[in-house]
Design a protein around this ligand. Structure first.
Ligand SMILES: *Cc1c(COP(=O)(O)O)cnc(C)c1O
Length: 429
C-alpha cells in the first residue's frame, strides 16, 4: 500500500493487511521456529531459493510487518528491524564495510554512534574520518580515500541539534560512488523523508519517537533501492560478488533492489543475531499508529517552549531550529517544513550550578536518560551522559557545560511552561 496512501494512513494501516478471518490487529508471532511439510522445502529456505520464515533470529512475521510499515513511511523498498538503534547503525555500515575499509561521518552524531564508529569499528579494522556537517563540499570530499565505502550523518543530531544538509551530503557521496546513510531518528519520516533528498539508506533508533512511549529499545534500517551497487562492483564485493556462505549466490543478481536488506538479514542477523523481539515489534507498531499525531504535538509544544525560553531574561541561549534566528532554521524549513522534533537545548545564565538547581526543581519534567517520548524529560549531559569529560573536552564534543537537553512531550504546553517557570524561580532563589 506504499504508493497509494498518505503518511497518516500508512502509520495506522501499512504493513499488516489481514485476509479473510485473520486478526485485525497485527499478532505477536511468539514463536522461535516455523513448520514445513518436507525436508526439501526447508532446504530451499536455507539456500535462499525460497523466501519464508524458519528461525526468529533471522526473520519473524511480526517484525516484518512493522518493518514494511516503516519502509512505506520512508518511501523505501525494503526494511528490517534490529534490537536497538546501535545495532541498526552498526549493521548499516558493516553490511558494506570490512577490515581495511574506511567511511566518512558527520561529527555531529549521537554519542553512542560516535563510540561505535571511532572505537569499536576501529578494532574491527574499519576506519572513520569525522567532518563537520557544516563543511563545504570540497572539505567533505577531501576526507574521501580510495577505500571509502559510505558517508554518514544525522538529520537532526542528538544532542547538538544540528540539521544536516542532506542534498549536499548526497552530492558528495554520489560523486565518490558511495551511498549516503542517514540516521533519521529525531524528525522521523513524518517530518523528513531523506530519500526524497538523495539519501540511499536510512537508519532509526525506534526507541525514540517511533515507539514514542519509552517501552521498547529497537532499531530499523531502510533501503531506498536507489543506489546502484553494481555500478561500483569493485567497491562492494559483499553485494556484487558471490557469497561463499550461500553457495556462491550474488545478492545484487539474486535480489535486485532487495540486495542490501537481504544481505543484512541473511548474513549479519544470521551471524550476529541482533533481532528485535516480536513483543517489542508489536509495541513499536502500536506506537507507529499515532506517530503522525504525536509528532505534530511534540513540535507545537517544543515551539512554544523554545519561544518562552528565548524570551526569558534568565536564559543565556536556546538552540531549536524552529526559532527564526537559529543557524539551522533555513535548512529545517527546507527539509522539514511541517516541523522538526520536540528536543530543545538551552543554557541558563549562571552556568552549570544553576542548571542543576533548575533541573532538581522541575516537577512535571522528569530527569531521565531518555529523549523523544510522550513525557517531557530533561538531562544535563555534563553531569550525566558526558560526566567523565572536563569542561574543555565537553566543548570539543560540542556539548557546552551549561547545556540542558529538554525533550518536550505531548502534555499541555501551558503546563510544561509553568513547570519551567517555577523551576527557574527556584533556581535563582
Ligand atoms: C538513541 C539514538 C541512537 C541509539 O539508539 P538505541 O536504540 O538507544 O540503541 C542512535 N542514533 C540516535 C540519533 C539516537 O538518538
Amino acid at each position: 500500500m506504499s504508493n497509494k496512501f498518505k503518511p497518516e494512513t500508512l502509520c495506522v494501516q501499512a504493513g499488516w493487511e489481514p485476509k479473510k478471518g485473520e486478526p485485525r490487529v497485527l499478532p505477536i508471532y511468539q514463536s522461535t521456529t516455523f513448520k514445513y511439510d518436507t525436508s526439501e522445502q526447508m532446504a530451499r529456505l536455507f539456500d535462499l531459493e525460497d523466501s519464508g520464515y524458519f528461525y526468529t533470529r533471522l526473520q519473524n512475521p511480526t517484525n516484518d510487518a512493522v518493518a514494511a510499515k516503516i519502509a512505506a513511511l520512508e518511501g523505501g523498498v525494503a526494511a528490517m528491524l534490529t534490537s536497538s538503534g546501535q545495532a541498526a547503525n552498526f549493521y548499516a555500515m558493516f553490511n558494506i564495510c570490512e577490515a581495511g575499509d574506511h567511511f566518512v561521518s558527520s561529527s555531529a552524531i549521537y554519542g553512542g554512534t560516535f563510540n561505535l564508529f571511532a572505537v569499536t569499528m576501529k578494532k574491527l579494522g574499519i576506519e572513520v574520518t569525522f567532518i563537520s556537517p557544516d563543511a563545504s563540499e570540497e572539505e567533505i570530499s577531501a576526507a574521501f580515500r580510495p577505500n571509502t565505502k559510505a558517508l554518514f550523518g544525522e538529520t537532526i543530531s542528538n544532542p547538538s541539534l544540528e540539521v544536516l544538509d542532506i542534498e549536499k551530503f548526497a552530492r558528495v557521496a554520489h560523486k565518490h560512488g558511495v551511498p549516503l546513510i542517514v540516521d533519521n531518528t529525531f524528525p522521523t519520516p513524518i517530518n523528513c523523508r531523506p530519500f526524497e533528498w538523495g539519501a540511499d539508506i536510512v537508519v532509526h533508533s525506534t526507541t525514540k519517537y517511533m515507539d514514542g512511549h519509552a517501552t521498547s529499545v529497537g532499531g530499523a534500517i531502510v533501503d531506498s533501492g536507489n543506489f546502484d551497487w553494481d555500478a561500483y562492483a569493485d567497491k562492494f564485493p559483499g553485494l556484487c560478488a558471490p557469497d561463499e556462505s550461500y553457495h556462491g549466490l550474488t545478492y545484487t543478481k539474486a535480489f535486485g533492489k532487495g540486495a542490501y536488506i537481504t544481505k543484512a538479514t541473511a548474513q549479519l542477523m544470521r551471524d550476529l543475531g541482533s533481532i528485535q523481539s516480536p513483543q517489542n515489534a508489536f509495541l513499536l507498531n502500536i506506537g507507529l499508529e499515532t506517530l503522525h499525531l504525536r509528532m505534530a504535538q511534540h513540535c507545537k509544544n517544543a515551539q512554544a517552549v523554545a519561544e518562552y525560553l528565548a524570551g526569558s531574561d534568565k536564559v543565556a541561549w536556546v538552540n531549536y531550529c524552529g526559532l527564526p534566528d537559529n543557524p539551522y532554521h533555513a535548512l529545517a524549513e527546507k527539509y522539514m517544513s511541517a516541523g522538526s522534533c520536540g528536543v530543545i537545548s538551552f543554557g541558563l545564565k549562571g552556568g552549570r550550578d544553576v542548571a542543576i538547581k533548575f533541573m532538581d526543581s522541575l516537577k512535571l519534567a522528569a530527569i531521565v536518560t531518555h529523549v523523544a517520548d510522550a513525557r517531557t524529560s530533561v538531562l544535563h549531559p555534563a553531569s550525566h551522559t558526558h560526566r567523565q569529560l572536563t569542561d574543555e573536552q565537553l566543548m570539543e564534543a560540542g556539548v557546552r557545560p551549561d547545556l540542558i537537553r529538554f525533550s518536550v512531550g505531548i502534555e499541555n504546553a501551558g503546563d510544561i511552561i509553568a513547570d519551567i517557570e517555577q523551576a527557574l524561580k527556584a533556581a535563582y532563589a
